[in-house]
Design a binder for this molecule. Structure first.
Ligand code: NAD
Length: 312
């Protein structure tokens, strides 16, 4: 199967590596010159759960690839999705399945401008990944990758992708309600990521603070209200907070990715998390002051650090 990885950074390299290792015809797509050069010269090095593996991989800039793909995994940051879709429109055919595992909200609407809904498969993943140097990445965890077809008629196509992910060691799982999983993951990112980035500390320190309950209730309630009004998804606030606290117990020493984005002078995905909730809530006449404030503070922090927002 011809698979393109559109955005071959941290997660994209990890997925591309395991898919190719397990027999798929994988092409990495990215526009980062040093990364492309390093992979062409030395192969792609991915350390998977502590074991370093090197593999020759095809890597190109999107405009250099001419043939239509069977499957495309999009793996940009949320704010890069639109421009990536523009640069890969020519390799999306009538039958090309596009799989989106990005964090954040609203990606289905972005994808629908470029891909027929019958070919869009949405999902989430809890694999974690990072870039150590150009051409050198790591992938940690066991997954899963949960996904579901956006068109109810297309379950067979999603099941086929689940099978490929399973066979590649990526722990694919078919989800009967990926929209719920996406909202719940957004709650994780909209609380842990945003608060650790703002307070410049680890998850365990944020969750040990005396104001954690009111912060979690404020943010999660706004996500839950919008999830129900906009998408008919019922997120129980108390249950979600318990889930977040249990997760914090397991990964407490960790600095989440938004903290790492600021530390590495990269823009955050806040506009697709708390920012998306604040914006959409306005459209529905709802109040989301917590999410608005968190978004404003993260943007202020980006500005203070001199990080330019790509979508302003
Ligand atoms: P990343 O920044 O490491 O990789 C994105 C890559 O896309 C970069 O190499 C960039 O050069 C490339 N890119 C962006 N726009 C492009 C364009 N128009 N043309 C060509 N290349 C382009 O990001 P990541 O950490 O792999 O995360 C991808 C998504 O997955 C994000 O939404 C993130 O929140 C989510 N996610 C990440 C992790 C993780 O541990 N890294 C875990 C779960 C979910």
């Amino acid at each position: 199967m011809k698979i393109a990885i559109a955005g071959s950074g941290a997660l994209g390299c990890g997925f591309g590596h395991l898919l190719k290792k397990n027999g798929q015809e994988v092409t990495l797509l990215d526009n980062w010159d040093d990364h492309i050069e390093a992979i062409r010269l030395n192969g792609l090095k991915v350390t998977v759960n502590g074991t370093e593996e090197t593999q020759r991989m095809a890597i190109y800039k999107p405009h250099e690839v001419k043939e239509e793909m069977d499957v495309i995994f999009v793996f940009t940051k949320a704010m890069g999705l639109k421009s990536m879709m523009e640069s890969i429109a020519h390799i999306i055919g009538d039958q090309t399945k596009v799989i989106c595992l990005l964090n954040g909200l609203g990606h289905l609407r972005t994808l629908e401008a470029y891909v027929d809904k019958k070919n869009i498969i949405m999902g989430t993943t809890v694999w974690t990944a990072g870039i150590d140097a150009p051409g050198v990445t790591h992938l940690n965890g066991q997954g899963p990758v949960e996904l579901q077809n956006s068109d109810p008629e297309e379950t067979a196509a999603a099941l086929k992708i689940v099978e490929i992910l399973k066979n590649s060691g990526l722990n694919g799982v078919y989800s009967s309600n990926v929209n719920y999983t996406t909202w719940r993951k957004a709650c994780v990112n909209g609380t842990m990521n945003a608060l650790c980035a703002l307070l410049d500390t680890t998850i365990e320190k944020v969750f040990a603070s005396s104001t954690i309950d009111s912060m979690l209730t404020g943010i999660v309630s706004e996500f839950a209200t919008l999830a129900e009004v906009q998408d008919n998804i019922k997120l129980d606030v108390e249950e979600t907070i318990t889930y977040l606290k249990n997760l914090a117990d397991k990964v407490g020493a960790h600095y989440p990715s938004m903290h790492q984005d600021l530390a590495n002078m990269r823009p955050t995905e806040i506009d697709f998390l708390n920012g998306a909730v604040a914006e959409a809530s306005k459209r529905f006449g709802l109040q989301a002051p917590y999410c608005q404030k968190v978004t404003d503070l993260i943007h202020a922090k980006e500005e203070i650090l001199g990080i330019e927002s790509p979508i302003k």
